[in-house]
Design a protein around this ligand. Structure first.
Ligand SMILES: *Cc1c(COP(=O)(O)O)cnc(C)c1O
Length: 379
């Protein structure tokens, strides 16, 4: 299907092509100088005292962060009910039990300290906060303090929010770990990729081992003649990133701020177009000190709307739309494990949410076209 208006388009040009070609000519394909540079640049972007390690996906980064916590049987990890399934998957695969916290409200879709507190037990070992759609969790500072006080690890899923800030502090630097994704449709795209961030050098050291089989030295070090052999101190996986994607990541990181600003401009236009309609855009009451990364444009359809039909109507006009997210607790693998009544706000959002096109190279007049099409369909 060729769309007139895609949900997302890559913000790529000759610079990304050049970066990829350079790696191919260099003769070194994985975990070399480009990866080191990408990590350095990303650390600087987040704030210099933050350590970063680049990995093969956002899921890999969350899995590594969780594995570094050494979860034991019966350990619980609180995650938002409104998130991508990978958060639940990685908690399970690291031996923990995911417990779901509700969204704060129909406007603030992120979790709140209050919704988290309802799920705390003596087995709570960690909390994952998602900065949904790019909007910083408005209570992240309170949640950070709460976790410190109660000896609970705090992980941030920053897949939607690279560059988002609260009081000029970047999302992904509040908790013990930040987990970024550079999947194709994210604000910083390399195809498949991710980044683990942490202030704590000990945790980052653990994460480094887990990324590469637990090995104490890397192929690149041996190539450079720095060591001849290696030991395996801790059991790990292969979650490495290759040089082509790191090189593209370096270019994409340079474009991120400008891309996020453009997303903001487009979001403002959507808000303006839908004011005085039944279509609600969330996160309109975010605190003044917070800045979003405007990853997607989520809307809340009027109660009782037929979302499937609306998406098909948009499709017939060449407009691509999506859902963030189909509730993972309804998926076959999870069906029996959760009780929907415990997170009524997230459940309602999942059933009424619709995501509209948003990407940095989108034109303002496209926003107008999409908006008027949707208003027209709803009437
Ligand atoms: C994309 C995404 C992930 C997973 O990232 P991948 O790079 O696709 O593995 C995790 N959480 C959220 C909220 C995401 O949007």
């Amino acid at each position: 299907m060729s769309w007139k208006t895609q949900l997302f388009k890559l913000n790529y040009d000759l610079e990304e092509e050049k970066a990829a070609l350079e790696v191919i000519s260099s003769g070194w394909l994985t975990m070399g100088e480009k990866t080191v540079q990408f990590e350095k640049n990303f650390s600087k972007f987040l704030g210099n005292e933050i350590n970063c390690i680049a990995v093969s996906s956002g899921t890999a980064s969350m899995h590594i962060a969780l594995m570094a916590l050494n979860l034991k049987k019966n350990d619980e990890v609180i995650i938002p009910a409104l998130t991508f399934v990978s958060d639940a998957n990685t908690v399970y695969l690291s031996g923990g039990k995911p417990v779901l916290a509700d969204s704060a409200s129909l406007d603030n879709w992120n979790v709140s300290l209050d919704s988290i507190k309802k799920k705390i037990t003596k087995n709570t070992k960690a909390i994952i906060v998602v900065h949904f759609a790019g909007y910083p969790c408005s209570e992240i500072e309170e949640i950070t303090k709460f976790c410190e006080k109660n000896n609970i690890f705090l992980l941030e899923d920053v897949a939607h929010a690279p560059g988002a800030t609260i009081n000029n502090q970047c999302c992904g630097t509040f908790g013990d770990f930040g987990s970024f994704s550079f999947f194709s449709n994210k604000n910083l795209s390399v195809g498949e990729g991710g980044m683990v961030s942490s202030k704590d050098p000990k945790l980052i050291e653990k994460a480094k081992f887990l990324r590469s089989h637990g090995m104490t030295s890397l192929t690149f070090d041996r190539h450079k003649g720095r060591t001849n052999s290696y030991d395996v101190a801790k059991i790990g996986l292969n979650y490495r990133i290759d040089e082509i994607r790191s090189a593209i990541g370096i270019v994409q990181l340079k474009k991120l701020k400008k891309g996020n600003s453009k997303r903001k401009l487009l979001t403002k236009k959507y808000i303006e177009n839908f004011s005085n309609t039944e279509i609600k855009i969330p996160f309109t009451n975010q605190p003044k000190n917070s800045e979003s990364a405007f990853h997607i444009l989520p809307i809340l359809l009027p109660q009782g709307s037929n979302r499937e039909e609306i998406m098909n109507e948009l499709k017939s006009r060449g407009i691509q739309s999506s859902i963030h997210y189909p509730p993972f607790w309804g998926f076959t693998a999870y069906k029996k494990l959760f009780n929907q009544r415990e997170y009524p706000i997230s459940a309602q959002i999942c059933s009424r949410e619709l995501t509209l096109p948003l990407y940095p190279t989108m034109e303002l007049k496209k926003v107008d076209e999409v908006s008027s099409s949707l208003i027209n369909i709803l009437s």
